[in-house]
Design a protein around this ligand. Structure first.
Ligand code: ZN
Length: 270
């Protein structure tokens, strides 16, 4: 009987160890693209997500160069947080060069030459487009993805940014696009505790006014800022505010590419 119990315990132990070993790494790399965003994500199931593409010139120099260097030829999910050139400017070149399986958009009807170029690239390649006009939750490779829709169309396109939260076991990260004060306040009112994350991709490059309620609601341990030198020079107040909230700040202008890696239990930012 005792042997039998020990055997069962051993089986359980092996099973737990295997399931732990089976949980792959989630790797997030915020590229240094000056004023703009480009975040390459390797999901635990080895699928690739790219959140935003930076401006056209930076996409060629930094984003495409990085992807090629990593031997990435396929982008499973190209997420375009909103339709400003520092986020979608490089998208046509990326759609042209890589096998892009899906493009995610915020569904806004902004009409600019950048949007027209993007639409044309999508049309030429016949790429599938998914528009998020409402909140949605799903799981990819063990990562719970929450697309948090603010439930309103704002005049300011920044406030229409797709807000995405990743939860991977005990780790979480919030990608807040370029939400400005109005969008941040709306997100705080609508989602409150759902904003809670270990790492915050700070919205809007450290530029402009920030909502303390929104920042507090994230209870983030780290805030990552994708920004140019000019943005960072003007971001003294927000950096001070984040540090007062005990949030460790990293920015691409000083730190270069910033990586976040996690097995779902511990995480490392550097
Ligand atoms: Zn931006």
């Amino acid at each position: 009987m005792r042997w039998q119990i020990s055997f069962i315990a051993l089986l359980l132990f092996i099973n737990c160890t295997l399931s732990f070993a089976k949980r792959g790494m989630l790797k997030i790399k915020m590229l240094d693209v000056g004023h703009g965003d480009a975040i390459v994500i390797k999901l635990p199931n080895n699928k690739t997500m790219l959140i935003d593409t930076a401006k056209k010139d930076k996409a060629k120099k930094r984003v495409i160069a990085y992807l090629l260097n990593k031997n990435i030829s396929k982008i499973d999910y190209l997420v375009l947080s909103h339709n400003h050139k520092d986020h979608i400017g490089g998208a046509p070149a990326i759609i042209k060069k890589f096998k892009v399986k899906e493009v995610w958009g915020n569904g806004s009807e902004l009409d600019t030459p950048y949007v027209a170029a993007l639409k044309e690239a999508i049309r030429k390649k016949g790429t599938k487009v998914v528009k998020f006009n409402r909140s949605k939750q799903f799981t990819i490779g063990g990562v719970k993805v929450d697309v948090l829709n603010l439930g309103k169309v704002f005049k300011e396109e920044n406030d229409n940014s797709l807000v995405i939260k990743f939860t991977y076991n005990r780790f979480s990260m919030l990608f807040a696009g370029d939400l400005e004060f109005t969008g941040q306040r709306r997100a705080y009112k609508k989602f409150k505790s759902e904003l809670k994350s270990d790492v915050l991709k700070l919205p809007h490059h450290g530029v402009g006014r920030y909502d303390t309620k929104f920042l507090k609601a994230t209870s983030a341990k780290f805030a990552l800022i994708s920004a140019s030198k000019k943005d960072i020079d003007g971001a003294k107040d927000i950096i001070e505010k984040l540090e007062d909230l005990n949030i460790t700040v990293k920015n691409t202008d000083v730190d270069g590419n910033i990586s976040v890696e996690t097995d779902g239990d511990d995480f490392l930012v550097n």
